[in-house]
Design a protein around this ligand. Sequence first.
Ligand SMILES: Cc1ncc(COP(=O)(O)O)c(C=O)c1O
Length: 490
Amino acid sequence: MKYVSTRGAAAGSSFREALFSGYAVDGGLFMPEEVPRVSADTLRQWRALSYPQLVQNICSLYISPDEIPVQELGALIERALSRFAHSEVVTFKRLRDGLNVLELFHGPTMAFKDLAMCCLAQFILYFLQKEDKHVTIVVGTSGDTGGSAIASLRGAKRADVVVLLPAGRCSRVQELHMTTAMEENVHVFTVEGSSDDLDEPIRRLFADSEFTSRHGVISINSINWGRVLVQVAHHFYAYFRCTDGGGGGGGAEVEEEMPTVEVVVPTGAAGNAAAGCVARWMGLPIRLLCAVNQNDVVHRALRSGDFSVDGAVKPSLASAIDIQVPYNMERVFHLCSDADTALVRDVMTRFYESGQANLPATLQTRTGSALRRPRPPSSRRWLSASAFASRSTPRSQRCAASPSAASPCAAATTGTRCSATQWHASPAGVRRPPPKRNVDARTAARTAARTAARTAARTTARSARKLRLATYGAEEVFSMHTCTAVISVC
Ligand SMILES: Cc1ncc(COP(=O)(O)O)c(C=O)c1O
């Protein structure tokens, strides 16, 4: 498998080159030159695989055995995922009436990013060991990427990790994950401004490929193809578990027998959404739906082609998706434009230079059918994505929809659902009167889970057998803002 920049340069790059380059020389992101189509037979075989096996099978389509032999690839993935709290690594929970949840939070920092990050770290260390080299890894974080990177690389002899975190915008536990690592290879700095503000110098740093290669500087944010690649497996795994025992799974016409599943993906930098698109392009019958909060660039791009930054990042309780620069949309545009690199370059250059780009109509239509946008709340009920908090939520993380509120978003404090779409629809942002503030976080999380299940049941009943999903904030015991992708079956 060879890689190319979304903007046309660096054709014929190896996986190793994509892994170690961050941005390509022309400022684009690496994508496979061709997304492999998965046959019905393969899909049937993959259904029986465990999550780590599935990651291995998918990765082996994108990593040539000349670069990492299959057996070693398996061992790296096995090692990466061995520290997860659950033996299955990723768990799939059926709620009721076709509503399902993929739990991606069993990793060392409970962020969904742990999954791809642990594997990516192993891939990087593999090449460094083989080539007897050392790198400096620069990570910008809005909260959980930093902790996840540190957990995956702390103590590594061949890699220093430099993390930049936005001061006052991460939760206490996220900060602790980053600032309590005492290993000599971990260096953590707070930065004034938002995570988008700190992404900008990082982007410029990686635009200077001469500098980064001279000093061995690499990125493991989701600009790195390795992160997106591993996340492709989430979508396959979710799909297989979701449709186990119902339709599909046997026979030559397996593809026709496979029902379409709708996956709702919390969307910040759009890495997971891009991974879902890659899965779709590989032939997985999923519909993707992006869930955003008040940082809604992707929503506006899909609704009207208005791909533009809307001022500064608006802090919310779901800090992991507080992003105004969804840079992985570049990968989505590359797929949806049939690799029209000139078009992608034009759109992204305008976006980065002026903060605003109107998508050409064809690109908007195609992107809109790859990543559907949520319907307004009147026609569709949402479960919450990641908006639960504990008493320790800092003031800066208040629901931006109710900035004058004296407490964090009321819905969050109680564990009531508080969806991105509702925030758009209602300036107050919160439907219920402010609750008592000192509700215990664990109780809030339980209440939230119960509310999610009840709403799920009501929602699905109302919409007959139509697939519906959403996301729910999982174990929000520490005021971490971990999301869990949720899936439902048609
Ligand atoms: C499951 C899941 N997907 C996606 C995201 C958002 O990240 P990105 O848009 O960069 O994939 C989150 C954020 O917490 C998440 O929990």
